[in-house]
Structure formats: structure tokens, C-alpha cells
Design a protein around this ligand. Sequence first.
Ligand code: GLN
Length: 274
Amino acid sequence: MSAPTTLRAALAASPLPRLEAHLLWQRVLDVPRAWLIAHDADPLDPARVAAYQALEARRLAGEPIAYILGGREFFGRDFQVSPAVLIPRPDTELLVECGLRAIQAVRAPRVLDLGTGSGIVAVTLALERPDACVRATDLSAEALDVARKNARALGAQLWFSHGNWYDTELGSARFDLIVSNPPYIDAQDAHLGLGDLRFEPPGALTDGADGLQALRDIVQGAPDHLSPGGALCVEHGWDQAAAVRSLFLSRGFADVASERDLSGIERVTRGVLK
Ligand code: GLN
């Protein structure tokens, strides 16, 4: 097949959904989406066509679009991502909103984000609450590098600790809010072998057990790191809300409730330490 000579021809020939093809063309030509539409009859440089075809081949082999582009939007900001971190999901905006509500009445809140990954939650909280002091931890040094880059690029001042959950340089620090989007997929879940998840770091997706182990560890340790009146907000799987609420209740949390995401699924659970 001869190489397409215009964008219109290239798009017509592409097996990718239009939006994905547009995103890849935007990257290759370094133009906004509107440009693609206005210039779809312009002649294309064959080198650009070849560059596009290389990206398209990666996408057709299943690689997530966010990893190919190296970024994903979250809460209205562009974050860098790499295969060292989970791809930001829109569902996780609910975790940020839950955290923001929990510290609404607290001046200069101290916030801890456990398992920060690309840093979307910690960086967003720090930018939405410039008076907050936000610490972000991760077991993966590579993930912390990505989170540091995002904090720098977006102008957020954060503190980082390397280690497993609370097992970092936290010392005796107490926080007004602990947030986490931990790995919560059951290790046996067939979805781990499908779609984008095949390319994401397994340690960010599954706890290697029943999907509740990381959540148990986080809820268990939280009271030792929260100030009186401090809140814990965690993201979890579609069928885990009742189990997570009972973890909170058995660890002495009050005002325990789950919140629904845009698909109507109980996705985040929160509680307050009285
Ligand atoms: N929300 C992700 C998914 O279901 C999983 C992320 C996680 O385990 N924290 O694909």
C-alpha cells in the first residue's frame, strides 16, 4: 500500500479510533487538534508519515496511548507518565475531591499520599491547597522520579519518602489527611491480562493477594499517623466498598462512608479518627 499523502487519506486508512489517530498525529506534527482538522488536505512529509506509522504500530501492538505519548491529563493538568507508573484514571479524581473535602476546614493541613505513583493525587492536592504540606511515598524509586518531575513541572512543592506504606522516613509525624490509591486488584483477576493493564507495573495494580491486602495495611497503620480528627480516604475496587468500610470501622474510624464515581460505583471510602 502506498503511503498516504494527506492527513485525510492517512486517517481514512488508519485502523485506530479517530481520537487516538488524532492524538498520535498531534504528537508527530506538534500541532493542536484543531490544526489537524483545518489542514487535513495539506501534503504530508513522508518522514512524518513514517514517524506516525511507527507510533501507530506500537498502539496496534496494544501499548497504552498514555505511555506512547508520555502523558495523561488529570484534574485539568498534564502529568508525565512512564511504564513505571499507573496511568491516571478519571475515577481517581473522586479520591482527590474526597481528600479536599476532608481538609476543607483545616488551615495549613498536613497530608500524606501513600503509593503516589506519578504523583497525580499528591501534586493535585498541593496545587489545590497551596497552604498544605504534602508528603508522598512510594516503594518504587522510579515512580518517585516521575512524581518529582511532575511536581517540578507543575510548580508543586512536595516532600518525598521512599518505602513501603508507612515504612518510610515518617518518624512520629502526624497528618490531618492520609490518601491512597493502592494496588487493589485481586492477583487472580483476569483483567490483569487485558488491555492497558498488561503494560502497567503489576505492583501498582495488584497486591499479589486478594486485592484487599494493601488496603488492610493502610487502614491498620493509619491511626498511628493521623492527628485527632484526621481523615483517611482510599480508592478501591468496584466490589470492595463494604469490606473496606468494615476495615475502617474495626480500626475505630467514625463517619465511615463510601462515595460513588462517575459510573455510579462505590470507588472511594473515607473515615475520620475521633
Ligand atoms: N483503577 C484501576 C483499574 O481498575 C486499578 C488501580 C489500582 O489498583 N489502584 O484498572
